[in-house]
Write a protein that binds this ligand. Structure first.
Ligand code: CTP
Length: 425
């Protein structure tokens, strides 16, 4: 793409918000004053050339990115989180910038070698071109020069632009996915997000050897990749692709396919005031049909937090137990459901359309009697287990339609208190 065309995209406020552009210019000016050629790389360039709004800001300098970062903090504020082994840094922008995301990656151009597949790489400082060659796919291996006269020049030594036009995801070398099998997930995300296709040689890299390395990856790394898939609008297509390529089996033989019929349920209904969490919802829907022991097995494999494990486990249990609840009274539903996370109940409602679940979420769980523990005390009932029993009984009466107003509650309460040993004392 010609420089003036790139500049036109770079100046388009719908693609690069003006505040982001000004920030990039300021960083590039500072880098230039330190004699560091400065580039935007990766997803920024890919999305810009696709004419899509840019998101992450990844800056590469031929020079010391930590030194640049420290200067930026000195001038603009915020906080620098350096990673000394790679000479990279994350700059947490000062709140005055009001940008999303609120962090920016500063990278020292580097070369990488992998001592062992799946391990983290060994690095050494290098040129921008070397830095592009260490990356995953051609469409991610382009740089946009930001400083001085060079502003708007695209460095594209691996022909990423051609692959963008051909809508192809192409690994940079034959061992790319073996070196880092998380790149398989990345390729699948780009395929789904942009309707691109892996080229045949990249696809062939997803072979037995690579899947074996994938099998050895930590739960945390794998879950991070699934988290990112669940964040995507077209996640269901991606999950299907993950299954078809044998990735689920490689991670664990019990991994189920994502039920495509559940794909629409990830968008939460804002009207129900439930704390929405897209990823939690995704995992619940994914593992909903599993037996209890398998939920726990996979939650361990993917290093779920306790909270996530509980949510997924509860949804699977409730789905299974639904048949036993069908003919129950509202009070029985309520007492059974009250111990479970609300989001799990909502997930099971979405897939089952069991009306009682919705009644519980929107009405039953809020139903409480007027009478409180203090009222019982005032009426002379000595504190003890009977307190809870009476309050529970009153609540059940409301839930099951036995009483419908305050005076009916009073009458029932009188009846419950009548004949108590202390009565009339
Ligand atoms: N990268 C890589 N191999 C990885 C992870 C990242 O080569 N396993 C490189 C790619 O060049 C990528 C860049 O690091 O473009 C930034 O990574 P990341 O922010 O994860 O990806 P983005 O390209 O920004 O893509 P996305 O839009 O999915 O975040």
């Amino acid at each position: 793409m010609q420089k003036d065309e790139v500049l036109r995209l770079f100046l388009d406020p719908d693609l690069v918000p003006p505040e982001k552009r000004v920030l990039l210019s300021n960083i590039a000016d500072l880098a230039a004053s330190l004699n560091m050629p400065c580039y935007a790389v990766g997803g920024f360039v890919r999305d810009l050339l696709l004419g899509k709004p840019v998101n992450d800001l990844d800056i590469v300098v031929e020079g010391d990115a930590i030194k640049l970062g420290n200067k930026l903090v000195e001038i603009y504020g915020g906080r620098l989180i350096p990673h000394f082994p790679f000479r990279t840094a994350i700059w947490q922008l000062p709140s005055t910038f009001d940008l999303q995301p609120s962090t920016l990656d500063l990278i020292t151009a580097r070369k990488e070698t992998y001592d062992k597949p799946g391990a983290l790489p060994t690095v050494a400082p290098a040129t921008i071109e070397d830095d592009l060659r260490r990356r995953d796919f051609t469409i991610n291996a382009m740089a946009l020069r930001l400083d001085g006269e060079g502003l708007g020049e695209i460095l594209d030594p691996l022909k990423g632009q051609t692959d963008l036009e051909r809508r192809v995801i192409r690994a940079l070398h034959p061992k790319s996915l073996l070196d880092d099998p998380t790149r398989i997930f990345r390729a699948i995300r780009y395929e789904g997000r942009y309707s691109f296709q892996m080229d045949s040689s990249t696809l062939e890299q997803i072979n037995e050897e690579t899947l074996k390395v994938l099998h050895s990856l930590s739960g945390e790394r794998l879950r991070h990749e699934f988290d990112l898939i669940l964040d995507e609008e077209r996640f269901a297509v991606m999950m299907l692709r993950v299954a078809k390529l044998g990735i689920l089996d490689a991670i664990h033989p019990k991994m189920p396919e994502f039920n495509q019929d559940y794909a629409d349920f990830l968008e939460m209904d804002a009207q129900l005031d439930i704390q929405a969490d897209r990823r939690t919802m995704g995992y619940m829907l994914w593992f909903m049909e599993l037996a209890e022991a398998d939920v726990i097995l996979l939650a361990n494999r993917l290093d779920f937090t306790n909270e996530l494990t509980l949510a997924v486990w509860a949804a699977a249990q409730l789905k299974r137990g639904l048949v036993h609840l069908t003919d129950m009274r509202p009070s029985e539903w309520t007492y059974a459901l009250e111990k479970l996370p609300l989001l799990s109940i909502y997930a099971v409602y979405l897939v089952s359309r069991e009306n009682s679940l919705l009644s519980y979420i929107s009405i039953w769980r809020h139903v409480k009697p007027f009478t409180t523990g203090n009222d019982l005390k005032a009426r002379g009932l000595p504190p003890g287990p009977r307190f809870g029993e009476i309050l529970l009984r009153l609540r059940a009466a409301w839930l099951d339609g036995e009483i419908a107003n305050g005076s009916q509650e009073e009458t029932l309460l009188d009846k419950l208190l009548a004949g108590q040993p202390w009565q009339g004392a």
